[in-house]
Design a binder for this molecule. Sequence first.
Ligand code: NDP
Length: 258
Amino acid sequence: MVGRRAVVTGASSGIGAATVRLLRKNGWDVVGVARREDRLIALAEETGTEIFVADVTKQSDVDALRDFLSGLGPIHALVNNAGGAYGLASVEESDAEDWVRMYDVNVVGTKRVTSALLPLLRAGIEPGSTASIVMITSIAGHVLYEGGGGYNAAKFAEHALTGVLRLELAGEPIRVIEIAPGMVKTEEFSLVRFGGDQAKADAVYDNVPDPLYADDIAEAIVHAMELPPFVDLDLVTIKPVAQAAPHKVMRGTLQPKS
Ligand code: NDP
């Protein structure tokens, strides 16, 4: 059954915004969460989503989100998507503050939101239904690459949090789904990673034949949320065909060997 209420964090751009659009198209009530109100307002005007401005790294914001949602009623799905990478420097050279920020948003932010909203998810469970918690981790949470240190560490930790949560919720009708994307050409992910350097951000995708786009990941997220209630799409790894591993991206035209 669709047409229920989902909360999507990181809804102001990229994968989160695409997920809100698809959920709305499929009849879900949605609450999109992020820090930038202007972008959320534009998304609300476009899709009819509810919005809430919150920084998932701030407990007071997450508490306010929970209170706002309590006023709306139960929720049936949570998409923990807010996150990102800051920097691509080596372990030796990278800025420790970037590591703290990455851990804060990808791991502790996900924990804060999940802890706060679990009671509302439980309240939405009816006989025969299953609540969904979707974690957007990354292939960086599974495979190491040079320069990935802080982001790898954060996404490995988010993957660990996801696995532990699934163990702890066993016995309840709540499925914990991990979506681990590879290279997705979103407007802001690399721009944020490189501190606003558009040339460096563009170079990531330069001449990559058909990288993934936010809509491709949204399709997987929503598919997992709309499967029959007894099915848990436990871990989904999605990469463009041109990417064999985080550090092995093919550029130019893909061709069969002659
Ligand atoms: P974007 O940079 O486009 O989107 C990130 C979203 O997270 C924005 O909406 C941003 O909104 C929000 N956000 C960031 N920090 C916070 C915060 N403290 N509190 C609340 N919201 C926050 O990236 P993508 O859409 O590409 O990435 C989405 C997720 O997918 C991330 O977790 C990322 O790590 C992961 N991912 C991305 C890949 C890629 O190649 N693009 C690959 C693998 C995983 P605002 O700034 O308004 O708060």
